[in-house]
Design a binder for this molecule. Structure first.
Ligand code: GSH
Length: 209
């Protein structure tokens, strides 16, 4: 499903140059009982790798980075950078992503967010989500100051996942061009693997701030 979180594992697979089969799904297909066997919430992405079927974009990326550790996109377990790597992976989806998701509900109110109660979706305004995002993004701004990448200034899967959340924020118009995070994102967007993975970056979402 283009322009969704499915871009993250696809981008990583392109970076690693690991052969994979991409299955294009649409909302009609995700409603089928067969699909729910793969993803309990009928969402994307989901990875099927032999006996393993995993949902959650960040978990899929972490799994692939470790499975193909020789590709150098995750620090090894015995490296101190591993701690920072975990930090940014978990930060991306548990701290940085929630305000982006809330902002999006306001920009695109008809999203089929099946698992989130309406009260939670409408609890805060677009402006409040923007301020929330600004606060939680601060450590990220500090970390990329003078650096191109998050962990030891070397491209890793933490950039795919954290960058993936920021790309989405950029798509929605949450990041101004003068924000230092825009420079970080623009750098990531020039990577050939990202270009191959993200078809039509601005499709369907018109920035509105
Ligand atoms: N936390 C999950 C979120 C998955 C998710 O919400 N996916 C959205 C696309 S970004 C989806 O499948 N939307 C289509 C739908 O709900 O029908 C992840 O990171 O994989």
């Amino acid at each position: 499903m283009p322009t969704t979180r499915a871009v993250r594992p696809r981008w990583l697979l392109e970076e690693m140059e690991v052969p994979y089969e991409l299955v294009r799904v649409d909302k009609k297909m995700t409603q089928q009982p067969e699909y729910q066997k793969l993803h309990p919430h009928r969402k994307v992405p989901v990875l099927v790798d032999g006996e393993v079927t995993i949902f959650e974009s960040a978990a899929i990326c972490a799994y692939l980075a470790d499975k193909y550790l020789d590709k150098g996109l995750a620090p090894r377990l015995d490296q101190t950078e591993r701690g920072y790597y975990y930090q940014w992976l978990f930060y991306a989806t548990s701290t940085l992503e929630p305000p982006v998701e809330h902002f999006m509900f306001d920009v695109l109110p008809s999203l089929p967010e099946k698992v989130i109660p309406t009260k939670v979706r409408s609890a805060i305004s677009k402006q409040e989500a923007l301020e929330w995002f600004d606060r939680v993004a601060e450590p990220l701004r500090k970390s990329i100051d003078g650096n191109n990448y998050l962990v030891a200034n070397r491209f890793t899967t933490a950039d795919v996942v954290t960058g993936g959340v920021l790309l989405w924020a950029k798509k929605l118009g949450m990041l101004s061009d003068s924000d230092p995070l825009s420079k970080y994102i623009n750098n990531l967007m020039q990577r050939p693997a990202f270009i191959r993975a993200d078809e039509d970056f601005y499709a369907k979402i018109a920035p509105s701030v």
